[in-house]
Design a protein around this ligand. Sequence first.
Ligand code: ASP
Length: 349
Amino acid sequence: MDPRPARSNGGPPSWLVGVVALAAGSLLLAGCGGGGGGEDAGGSGAEGYPDREIAFIVPFAAGGPTDTVTRLVAEPMSAKLGQQIVVRNVEGAGGTVAAGEVANADGDGYTVLMHHIGMSTAPALYPNLAYKPLEDFKTVGLVTTVPMTIVARKDLEPNTLQELVTYVKANADTVTYANAGIGAASQLCGLLIEKAMGVDLTEVPYDGTGPALTDLVGGQVDFMCDQTTNTTGQIKADKVKAYAVTTPERVEALPDLPTTAEAGLESVEVGVWHGVYVPAETPDDVVAKITDALATALTDQAVVTKLAELGAPPAQAADVTPEAHRQKLQEQIDLWAPIIKEAGVTAGG
Ligand code: ASP
């Protein structure tokens, strides 16, 4: 895969801009009105909702970044809804096992999914994906967009991203790259790294980057890419070597860490956006209650402070809506599909 030309500053890399423009065009044509999904699910179901415990499904292992964000918002959401929210980790296949389970769950508001950018990449990665993101779910609202960091075990030789490029190229057969499976943000970041470095990485898949980072700290794998929600603490504690952050701007929580663009790998740019989903049949007024609880959680001072510490700013109020979230999902599906196709990556049948 040839490296793409770089963007200069801010926004998506220039090699993505044309695709984004196309995506925006197709959105206008689609003219979708609401949170998407089910056709007859607009009616009333919210009376008395919720009157029992709600399951909040996380598609990756406990202790990882998606899990962290989910648990952070679950508490204030639970307080707002007046019901307990039980977080459940359903790991496997880069987040697609959990999404498949929620797509088939009852659309009654008692099964809710937190997912990230992987919701938009899975259709291109999995030829036989058991669900359609835009048809089988209703979008509830965006949550946060989290930068990733490129980190390595503490004793890996290279000290800068450029040194890492040289090292990986020279040791392509032995260097190991940890990720959370095909469809995970870490896999997507690895794909961009492969493309930028012109190498094939030896990937070591985990059920989530929580356990992957534990192994990285333990020296069992060489390097990985993961959200700041998981890596900030380990970087600050000097337990891993950090090379760069994958967003156009530096992260306030890690001010000394250069961006990939500053460090010379500008095409490795990825922000891990997170959103909340329910099955498509969920009535709109139930969705509205969950959206309202999510919006409340994202302005909760304790949540805002903690997210800031982890380099993960809460979504703006205008984005904590089914419509903005659906638009983002559509754009991102359109954005990543050709890139993944060109990369020739597939999870098989
Ligand atoms: N950060 C992981 C990913 O690569 C998922 C996780 O464990 O939250 O997508």
